[in-house]
Design a protein around this ligand. Structure first.
Ligand code: T46
Length: 137
Protein backbone atom coordinates (compact mmCIF):
# COMPACT_ATOMS: atom_id res chain seq x y z
CA UNK A 1 0.00 0.00 0.00
CA UNK A 2 1.26 3.46 -0.90
CA UNK A 3 0.77 4.70 2.66
CA UNK A 4 3.74 5.06 4.99
CA UNK A 5 4.15 6.35 8.54
CA UNK A 6 6.91 8.88 9.14
CA UNK A 7 8.27 9.88 12.55
CA UNK A 8 9.22 13.54 12.80
CA UNK A 9 11.99 14.72 15.13
CA UNK A 10 10.93 17.17 17.78
CA UNK A 11 13.22 19.97 18.92
CA UNK A 12 12.32 19.88 22.56
CA UNK A 13 13.76 21.92 25.41
CA UNK A 14 12.50 23.16 28.74
CA UNK A 15 10.17 25.59 26.93
CA UNK A 16 8.33 22.79 25.10
CA UNK A 17 8.37 21.18 21.66
CA UNK A 18 8.82 22.31 18.06
CA UNK A 19 8.59 20.24 14.88
CA UNK A 20 9.77 21.60 11.53
CA UNK A 21 8.66 20.10 8.22
CA UNK A 22 10.67 20.99 5.13
CA UNK A 23 10.10 20.22 1.49
CA UNK A 24 12.52 17.56 0.21
CA UNK A 25 13.44 16.63 3.78
CA UNK A 26 10.52 15.38 5.86
CA UNK A 27 8.12 16.07 2.95
CA UNK A 28 9.17 14.24 -0.25
CA UNK A 29 7.32 16.51 -2.70
CA UNK A 30 6.86 20.21 -3.47
CA UNK A 31 4.22 21.59 -1.11
CA UNK A 32 1.58 23.54 -3.05
CA UNK A 33 -1.19 23.60 -0.44
CA UNK A 34 -1.78 23.18 3.27
CA UNK A 35 -5.19 22.69 4.84
CA UNK A 36 -6.44 21.60 8.23
CA UNK A 37 -9.52 19.90 9.56
CA UNK A 38 -10.69 20.99 13.01
CA UNK A 39 -13.85 21.46 15.05
CA UNK A 40 -15.08 18.11 13.70
CA UNK A 41 -18.55 17.16 14.91
CA UNK A 42 -18.47 14.20 17.30
CA UNK A 43 -19.02 10.84 15.60
CA UNK A 44 -18.51 12.23 12.12
CA UNK A 45 -16.63 10.25 9.46
CA UNK A 46 -15.06 12.29 6.63
CA UNK A 47 -13.18 11.59 3.45
CA UNK A 48 -14.79 8.76 1.46
CA UNK A 49 -12.66 9.42 -1.60
CA UNK A 50 -9.37 8.67 -3.34
CA UNK A 51 -7.06 10.98 -5.28
CA UNK A 52 -5.72 10.23 -8.75
CA UNK A 53 -2.49 12.27 -8.59
CA UNK A 54 -2.29 14.05 -5.25
CA UNK A 55 0.44 13.22 -2.74
CA UNK A 56 -0.14 14.16 0.88
CA UNK A 57 1.38 14.10 4.33
CA UNK A 58 -1.17 14.07 7.15
CA UNK A 59 -0.32 15.08 10.73
CA UNK A 60 -2.66 15.35 13.70
CA UNK A 61 -1.05 18.29 15.51
CA UNK A 62 -3.58 18.34 18.37
CA UNK A 63 -5.90 15.70 19.85
CA UNK A 64 -6.30 12.49 17.92
CA UNK A 65 -8.20 10.85 15.10
CA UNK A 66 -8.05 7.64 13.10
CA UNK A 67 -7.36 7.12 9.41
CA UNK A 68 -8.66 4.25 7.30
CA UNK A 69 -6.91 3.49 4.00
CA UNK A 70 -7.93 1.01 1.32
CA UNK A 71 -5.97 0.36 -1.89
CA UNK A 72 -8.54 -2.09 -3.24
CA UNK A 73 -6.50 -5.04 -2.05
CA UNK A 74 -5.80 -4.34 1.61
CA UNK A 75 -6.91 -1.92 4.27
CA UNK A 76 -5.11 -0.33 7.19
CA UNK A 77 -6.15 1.80 10.16
CA UNK A 78 -3.77 4.33 11.69
CA UNK A 79 -4.23 6.10 15.00
CA UNK A 80 -3.01 9.69 14.69
CA UNK A 81 -2.26 10.62 18.27
CA UNK A 82 1.01 12.53 18.10
CA UNK A 83 2.34 15.61 16.27
CA UNK A 84 5.50 13.51 15.72
CA UNK A 85 3.59 11.05 13.53
CA UNK A 86 3.06 11.76 9.82
CA UNK A 87 1.41 9.62 7.18
CA UNK A 88 2.65 9.88 3.60
CA UNK A 89 0.09 8.92 0.95
CA UNK A 90 1.46 8.60 -2.59
CA UNK A 91 -0.93 6.27 -4.39
CA UNK A 92 -4.56 6.01 -5.42
CA UNK A 93 -5.91 5.06 -2.01
CA UNK A 94 -9.44 5.32 -0.62
CA UNK A 95 -9.38 7.21 2.71
CA UNK A 96 -11.74 7.89 5.58
CA UNK A 97 -11.05 9.89 8.77
CA UNK A 98 -12.97 9.25 11.99
CA UNK A 99 -12.94 9.17 15.82
CA UNK A 100 -11.87 12.82 15.99
CA UNK A 101 -11.45 14.11 19.52
CA UNK A 102 -12.96 17.53 20.22
CA UNK A 103 -9.51 19.16 20.13
CA UNK A 104 -8.30 17.30 17.01
CA UNK A 105 -6.55 19.34 14.32
CA UNK A 106 -5.56 17.28 11.27
CA UNK A 107 -3.07 19.15 9.07
CA UNK A 108 -2.56 18.04 5.47
CA UNK A 109 0.39 19.07 3.29
CA UNK A 110 -0.45 18.50 -0.34
CA UNK A 111 1.51 18.30 -3.60
CA UNK A 112 -1.15 20.03 -5.75
CA UNK A 113 -3.62 22.90 -5.64
CA UNK A 114 -7.24 22.03 -4.93
CA UNK A 115 -8.79 20.30 -7.94
CA UNK A 116 -12.14 18.55 -7.62
CA UNK A 117 -11.34 16.57 -10.81
CA UNK A 118 -8.57 14.76 -8.94
CA UNK A 119 -11.14 13.23 -6.55
CA UNK A 120 -12.83 9.85 -6.97
CA UNK A 121 -15.79 10.09 -4.61
CA UNK A 122 -17.55 6.83 -5.44
CA UNK A 123 -16.13 3.55 -4.10
CA UNK A 124 -17.06 1.39 -7.12
CA UNK A 125 -15.58 4.00 -9.48
CA UNK A 126 -12.39 3.86 -7.36
CA UNK A 127 -12.22 0.06 -7.67
CA UNK A 128 -12.73 0.26 -11.45
CA UNK A 129 -10.13 3.04 -11.76
CA UNK A 130 -7.37 1.06 -10.04
CA UNK A 131 -8.31 -2.07 -12.00
CA UNK A 132 -8.28 -0.26 -15.35
CA UNK A 133 -4.92 1.36 -14.54
CA UNK A 134 -3.37 -1.84 -13.13
CA UNK A 135 -2.73 -0.16 -9.76
CA UNK A 136 -3.30 -3.61 -8.20
CA UNK A 137 0.18 -4.63 -9.46
C1 T46 B 1 -8.29 14.52 1.82
C2 T46 B 1 -8.75 14.49 3.24
C3 T46 B 1 -7.72 13.98 4.18
C4 T46 B 1 -11.51 23.51 -0.74
O1 T46 B 1 -12.17 24.46 -1.18
N1 T46 B 1 -10.15 23.52 -0.86
C5 T46 B 1 -9.37 22.49 -0.39
O2 T46 B 1 -8.14 22.55 -0.54
C6 T46 B 1 -10.01 21.37 0.25
C7 T46 B 1 -9.18 20.21 0.77
C8 T46 B 1 -11.37 21.39 0.36
N2 T46 B 1 -12.10 22.45 -0.11
C9 T46 B 1 -13.57 22.44 0.08
C10 T46 B 1 -14.32 21.38 -0.71
C11 T46 B 1 -15.50 21.07 0.17
O3 T46 B 1 -16.53 21.97 -0.11
O4 T46 B 1 -13.83 22.16 1.45
C12 T46 B 1 -14.99 21.36 1.58
C13 T46 B 1 -14.68 20.10 2.38
O5 T46 B 1 -13.82 19.24 1.60
P1 T46 B 1 -13.97 17.65 1.60
O6 T46 B 1 -15.39 17.29 1.72
O7 T46 B 1 -13.23 17.12 0.41
O8 T46 B 1 -13.21 17.28 2.96
P2 T46 B 1 -12.76 15.84 3.50
O9 T46 B 1 -12.46 16.02 4.93
O10 T46 B 1 -13.71 14.79 3.11
O11 T46 B 1 -11.38 15.53 2.70
C14 T46 B 1 -10.24 16.36 2.87
C15 T46 B 1 -9.60 16.64 1.51
O12 T46 B 1 -10.58 17.16 0.60
C16 T46 B 1 -8.95 15.46 0.88
O13 T46 B 1 -8.03 15.90 -0.09
O14 T46 B 1 -7.50 13.69 1.42
O15 T46 B 1 -9.27 15.73 3.70
Amino acid sequence: MKVRCITFSSHGDDRGQLIALEQEKEIPFDIKRIYYIYGTTSGVRRGFHAHKELKQVLVCVSGSCKLHFDDGKETTEILMDSPCKGVLVTGVVWREMYDFTKDAVLVVLASEFYNEEDYIRDYDTFLNYIKENNFYD
